[in-house]
Design a binder for this molecule. Sequence first.
Ligand SMILES: [Zn+2]
Length: 137
Amino acid sequence: MKFICDVMLGKLGRWLRMMGHDTEIASDELTDRDILNIAEEEGRLVLTRDSDLKKMNSPVEVILLDSRDFEDQLKRVFTELDLDTNFPEGSRCSHCNSELKEVGESEWVCKGCGQEYWKGSHWDRIKEIEKRLENLN
Ligand SMILES: [Zn+2]
């Protein structure tokens, strides 16, 4: 499943990428209609905090998230769509959404922007949140 987040959900979008889900994060120059058009063209589900966007007429599936807290947002999306996490094997670059290439033991480099990832301090935090997500169902 592929996603597009509105600009208010950038943090959620970066977490979805880390957990292996192809997620575009809309820039704030895009209108609600632009976001819906991209979603339709690219087969993405829209995640938004904007109730006006949710009300717009479109064939695209839109999930309206009420919470401001990214972990609550993640839980809602994972529960509603029955998603799995795929960290770190399937992780995508949190900056640009490209796939990562494994270049060593617990070392990856982004195929798009060259960002390097390794088993650092963020690792335990991701694992902790992942565990809470897995225990939801
Ligand atoms: Zn990248």
